[in-house]
Design a protein around this ligand. Structure first.
Ligand SMILES: [Ca+2]
Length: 212
């Protein structure tokens, strides 16, 4: 008796491979990363779960002060036309510290020409009881007496340079003082007929604080 063994057919090629596992795709990688991130987030939330407290300091306010000087009247405090030697004009000028800081000020005068400006005598006084032509010379303290000014600007009172110089005048915040202004064409004048000059007085103020 002849026995014939029939071998089973060979397995197909694919049968030797490991069974298919989860396939790694980009979508699966992203999902894994998201899970890891969620885990880290959970850890952070856990670490904040402590007793804490804080304190604040409010209303730390700073405000700057101001230097504000004004002179009144602001125009034509003294004027004269057709002057003859011996003529004069006199009027009060109020200088005010309208700022919140103490100040010191200086005064400069600039004229439109130099000939008549050199002939006219400007006198500035403080403490004059009656500031008019008839009475200005009777009392008070002279703080300037000299030419009306120059085209190149002349120092009249004090010095506008930073700091305290001789003649600088101090005005505390909110206060004012009256200057008596007189301009005279001296009786001895022999030149300068038919001449006009215009003077501009400039009041220059600076803070006194931290400015010796
Ligand atoms: Ca000064």
């Amino acid at each position: 008796m002849t026995t014939t063994k029939t071998l089973p057919p060979p397995l197909p090629e694919t049968a030797h491979r490991a069974p298919p596992g989860p396939r790694i795709t980009p979508l699966r990688v992203a999902g894994t990363a998201a899970v890891l991130l969620l885990g880290a987030g959970a850890l952070t939330i856990t670490s904040l779960a402590l007793f804490t407290d804080s304190a604040t300091v409010t209303n730390n306010v700073f405000t700057t002060g101001s230097v504000d000087i004004n002179a009144t009247p602001a125009t034509a405090v003294v004027t004269a036309t057709a002057m003859a030697p011996g003529d004069q004009d006199t009027a009060p000028l109020t200088v005010s510290n309208d700022g919140t800081l103490d100040l010191r000020y200086a005064v400069e005068s600039t004229t439109t020409e130099d000939t008549l400006a050199a002939l006219l005598v400007l006198t500035v006084k403080t403490g004059v009881t009656t500031c008019d032509d008839a009475n200005w010379s009777a009392d008070g303290t002279t703080i300037y007496s000299g030419p009306l000014g120059t085209t190149g600007t002349s120092q009249i009172i004090g010095d506008a340079a930073t700091g305290a110089q001789a003649g600088d005048r101090v005005l505390t915040a909110g206060n004012s003082e009256v200057l008596c202004i007189n301009v005279t064409l001296p009786l001895s004048t022999t030149t300068g007929q038919s001449t006009t000059t215009t003077a501009t007085l400039e009041f220059l103020a600076e803070q006194t604080a931290n400015n010796p």
